[in-house]
Design a protein around this ligand. Structure first.
Ligand code: ZN
Length: 1057
């Protein structure tokens, strides 16, 4: 036991030790001031600046000009390369020598043409170890390059972190020198800081706390910073303290190095490539020096970038992966948003990710890893399980603003009943520093004490990269097993979860979504990104389907597997949790829009190629190929191209007869607008007589009524919906005394996270937007479509125009909307008060739907004042309901009887231009009798999002209608048809189906394709060991449980010739 201070004064003793290690006070005489010894300037410094991010080989050939410490360079996003010539003084032989480098930009040291270490002041990496011990014979002169990016770890926000980047910002190198490093001083500093942490963390009621404080005090007494020979006595005191072990019952902390790198956020994608190199090359160095240190690394895309740009580093990572020190985790392409991506897109995150990890690191990941994502879909457990993953880690729910999540280790049960083991590091962070405070917090905050005795502890600078430091590793090594503290071991996700699994019998279960009670604005911010996402999900769906059909029908057709992989990876990249969410800077939003444009243009080329293959060799008239990419029969009004760029409307029944509905591909001579006689198409449309006979439009006294015999819509003179009647029953859907299609504006000023958050109090600022009477005009009148349109001035600077459209035969009314939006911190929504009463509303999610309350009974209810949905939401009571569909929106709410769709926001950080300008979107309203399942709300929402395709047929189009697949149950949706990733001779297809009604159901799948073998597979397309399914008369029987997703491999017969 170290000697106690003479006077019992806690504070002076504590602060005395603090001053002894302070980097600010008394550095002339304290221990910290001795960390570095002699120093000397670098022999020569020269530099050159470029707006490009050049490869090393190119950069070092540029014209370097003399430079000095203190020079400024920039501006933001430029790169300054420094050539650093060094000569180590001879008298430093036997010493540890560092290059000390301090800059406000992010640096990367290159030595002999390879990156060797990141240098980032904010990431506490300001020195590069030139040698642990300079030998007599060692070369003392060398040349290094330091590549300094003109941005900080967290970008270049002007004034605050999340402000827009300052384009004029200049950067400086404030230190570039050689110095002797005193390892013994470093060790004492680590010990003293830990002892201080223990004293403070355990507090004045605790015996061990005083032991720590007195040990530290005595160390100060015996240690003379100017006399290194006194250090060993101090060191011995510390070792004695830390060598006193804890009891067997101590909690075990699994410390894993980590480095959360946002794939794009406050910096562009291309900077992330370099962030990965800077962070991971530093990790390689730490793994070399500390064989027990383990680093968990997620996001295949980032590893792919490193593989292409830094092959040497990639090879080292593979080496350390073999040793078990570098552990790929997550299994996904990027750490995607957990709410907005479609079910299929989520599957592809794993498919692309797991295959990459398998190929590059020899095995797939066993943990799903989304520490920083803004909420987690209730379908994720099922998707994870079917992708070979049963474990999940995040910490983001600790950000909940209202309710504290009740578990840290628990089973998470998804929509279909699938369960995974979930763990939230109880320290509520993925960027720990290895301090005692964090270690203690991990134990005390753990909400599963007594149920499990293991926790994760992720340490290393994150978000902008950076990762762990040697000091963090040293701290955690010291805390291995010390009385009064939990045990700390360097560990892997595998070891942590295995330990948790041994106690899993005592764990609680959370059912349904993991909703983040924060960042609810991310469902709406950057509407164009959201629209691009939805549209590109559709395009890739259609391309895969058509290409699969072309493959089945044409021996010559080559499935564009490589192109589709590239396009999918672009889409998946944009689903990163700061891109599709809209919480990124302008530069990233612009890049994302370019990615979508690439997917659109290449996707359309691929669609045309598939259409051409489907037409080839078939007799029939030239014209259009009408394709229904959905698995049910459809009759819809379609705009058909006419010569000269005009369009005509045609009523297009889905091809195929009544027994064979499904994915259809045909050109029907009676219905196609042949270039010579386009009008014939419309006039001869085979509209059922009861629909065709009704005049679709009536106009009276400034209001307009649209009626297609299914629904009757009445708009008042300013475009609001005063009535919506289901004609057959006469049932009114709009609440008495209210109007629907009511635009409302809210003040939208969050507490801090501008692009992310819409706060509860915005609801108190609701202002209806009122138009001027007489603006409503009739658009299309009669024929197969009726419409009305109006203009609405939202504010002095923003306006809206809308066309309200009702088609013959269509069960919903569409609202095509164009907005010119120029606002600051306003939120635009549209509301529909329904004549429906229900305590809960239904929202579409990935491969299914779920209910959320329409009331604010408890804090858990009201915290969901703004929620996310995919293509539809529905409010139903027994026998009747109202559904609100959309083609590119995600934010919604239903409070009481009011369905509300969130349209546009206007945050200013981190992108001051977010959402400014022109927008186009469509929503639709569908009243229905019975349940939304029986009434067909789900297919209606699909139809709105997947219009019939009218593709120009370059050759003769097939004369006869043709359907590839049909299903016997409306509860089952055939979501995806694609070529299998591993497809011998390219002739294996994958079909993905899911149960959409929430029911147990048997279903027959019928196909007209030449199928040789059918076998179930998982989402990674691995065959079910149970073997092939019986295939009789081109039919397969499938059995589904509620919201179950099933995949099938269909092996096609060899091509005809
Ligand atoms: Zn993040």
């Amino acid at each position: 036991m170290a000697a106690a201070p003479a006077v019992k004064h806690w504070r002076t003793t504590l602060e005395r030790v603090e001053k002894f290690v302070s980097p600010v006070y008394f550095t002339d005489c304290n221990l910290r001031g001795r960390l570095f010894g002699d120093s000397c300037p670098v022999a020569e410094l020269s530099s050159f600046s470029t707006p490009e991010r050049l490869p090393y080989q190119e950069a070092v050939q540029q014209d370097f000009r003399p430079a000095q410490v203190g020079d400024s360079f920039g501006p933001t996003w430029w790169t300054c390369w420094f050539r650093v010539e060094l000569t180590i003084p001879e008298e430093w032989v036997g010493q540890e020598v560092h290059l000390r480098w301090e800059s406000d930009g992010e640096g990367l040291v290159w030595r002999d043409g390879e990156p060797v270490q990141g240098l980032t002041k904010e990431g506490e990496k300001t020195s590069y170890v030139l040698t642990d011990r300079l030998g007599e014979e060692d070369p003392r002169s060398l040349t290094l390059y330091v590549e300094v990016a003109c941005n900080g770890l967290l970008g270049a926000g002007k004034g605050s972190m999340i402000a827009s980047p300052d384009p004029e910002k200049m950067f400086r190198v404030s230190r570039a020198e050689l110095a002797v490093f005193h390892q013994d001083v470093h060790k004492l500093l680590v010990d003293l800081e830990l002892l201080l942490g223990i004293a403070k963390g355990l507090g004045e009621d605790n015996q061990r706390s005083f032991q720590a404080l007195y040990t530290a005090n005595q160390m100060v007494n015996v240690c003379d910073p100017a006399q290194p020979e006194t250090f060993s006595v101090a060191q011995a005191l510390a070792s004695k303290f830390f060598g006193q072990r804890g009891g067997e019952s101590q909690h075990t902390i699994h410390a894993m190095g980590h480095c959360h790198i946002d794939t794009a956020w406050l910096w562009p994608f291309k900077e992330t490539v370099r962030k990965c190199a800077r962070s991971w090359v530093t990790v390689v160095q730490l793994m070399e020096r500390n064989p027990e240190f383990i680093f968990a690394c997620s996001q295949a895309q980032q590893l792919q970038w490193v593989k292409s740009h830094y092959p040497g580093l990639h090879a080292r990572l593979q080496e350390f992966a073999c040793r078990g020190q570098f552990v790929p985790v997550g299994g996904t392409w990027v750490e995607m948003d957990g709410n907005l991506p479609s079910g299929e897109a989520m599957v592809r995150q794993f498919l692309q990710g797991q295959n990459f990890f398998l190929q590059e690191f020899g095995k797939m990941c066993s943990e799903f890893w989304l520490p920083d994502t803004f909420g987690y879909s209730a379908q994720l457990p099922q998707i994870m399980r079917s992708c070979g993953i049963r474990r999940f880690l995040t910490q983001k729910l600790s950000w909940n603003l209202v309710n504290s999540f009740p578990h840290h280790t628990f089973f998470w049960e998804g929509l279909d009943g699938s369960r995974v083991l979930a763990h939230f590091p109880p320290g509520d962070s993925y960027g720990m520093q290895g301090s005692v405070e964090e270690v203690l917090k991990t134990v005390t905050k753990n909400r599963d004490k007594g149920r499990t005795n293991h926790s994760a502890f992720l340490f290393g600078f994150g978000d902008g990269g950076g990762g762990p430091t040697q000091t963090m590793v040293d701290r955690l090594k010291r805390l291995r097993d010390t009385d009064g503290l939990p045990r700390v071991q360097f560990s892997s996700p595998e070891r942590l979860f295995s330990a948790l699994e041994t106690h899993s019998g005592q764990l609680c279960t959370w059912v349904g979504e993991l909703f983040l009670e924060l960042h609810n604005g991310t469902y709406t911010t950057h509407a164009q990104i959201k629209k691009g996402n939805r549209e590109c999900e559709r395009i890739l769906h259609d391309v895969e389907l058509l290409s699969s059909l072309a493959l089945a029908r044409s021996a010559q057709f080559l499935y564009p597997a490589a192109q589709l992989q590239d396009l999918w990876r672009l889409l998946l990249l944009n689903q990163f949790h700061d891109v599709v969410t809209g919480s990124c800077i302008q530069l990233v939003a612009e890049e994302a829009m370019c990615h979508y444009e690439d997917i659109r243009s290449h996707g359309n080329t691929l669609l045309s190629a598939a259409a051409a293959a489907l037409c080839a060799g078939e007799p029939g008239p030239e014209g259009l190929l009408i394709v229904n990419t959905l698995p049910w029969k459809r009759t819809e009004v379609l705009a058909l191209p006419r010569p000269g760029g005009a369009h005509s409307l045609g009523l297009i029944p889905s091809p195929g007869d009544s027994t064979q509905h499904g994915l259809c591909s045909c050109s029907h001579p009676n219905l196609i607008a042949a270039p010579a006689a386009p009008a014939a198409c419309v006039c001869n449309a085979r509209a059922p007589s009861d629909l065709a006979s009704r005049p679709p439009l009536i106009k009276t006294d400034g209001s307009v009524t649209l009626d297609n015999g299914i629904i009757r819509v009445r708009l008042d003179p300013i475009g609001r919906l005063t009535s919506l009647v289901l004609v057959a029953s006469g049932r009114e859907a709009i609440a008495e005394g209210t109007v629907g299609n009511q635009f409302v504006l809210f003040d939208d000023v969050p507490l801090y996270w501008d692009a992310w958050d819409v706060m509860d109090y915005h609801l108190e600022t609701r202002k209806p937007v009122l138009g001027q009477a007489g603006t409503l005009a009739v658009g299309t009148e009669g024929g197969v479509q009726g419409s009305a349109w109006f203009l609405l001035q939202i504010s002095p600077s923003s306006r809206l125009s809308q066309e309200v459209v009702l088609d013959v035969g269509c069960p919903y009314v569409r609202f095509h909307t164009e907005v010119h939006w120029h606002e600051a911190h306003k939120f635009l929504k549209v509301e529909f008060p329904a004549r429906v009463r229900s305590p809960q509303a239904t929202y579409e999610v990935q491969f299914g739907h779920l209910q959320r309350p329409t009331h604010y009974n408890t804090s858990w209810d009201w915290a969901r004042f703004e929620v996310w949905a995919h293509r539809w939401i529905d409010l139903s009571e027994h026998g009747f309901g109202l559904a609100l569909l959309n083609d590119c929106k995600y934010g919604a709410s239903v409070r009481g009887n009011v369905l509300s769709l969130s349209l546009l926001r206007a945050p200013k950080s981190p992108d001051a231009t977010a959402d400014m300008g022109r927008h186009e979107f469509t929503y639709a309203l569908m009243p229905h009798k019975g349940s939304f399942q029986d009434a067909g709300v789900i297919p209606a929402a699909y139809s709105l999002n997947f219009p019939l395709l009218a593709l120009p047929a370059p050759g003769p189009a097939p004369a006869a209608a043709w359907s590839a697949f049909s299903l016997s149950s409306p509860a089952v949706v055939l979501e995806t048809v694609k070529q299998a990733e591993a497809s011998p001779q390219g002739r294996t297809l994958v079909l993905r189906l899911y149960e959409a009604h929430g029911s147990h159901v048997d279903c027959w799948l019928h196909t007209s394709l030449p199928v040789q073998e059918a076998v179930l597979c998982d989402l990674l397309e691995r065959r079910d060991p149970a073997g092939p399914l019986p295939l009789r008369d081109a039919r397969l029987k499938l059995t589904f449980s509620p919201f179950q997703v099933q995949s099938l491999l269909l092996v096609l017969q060899p091509p005809p010739n």
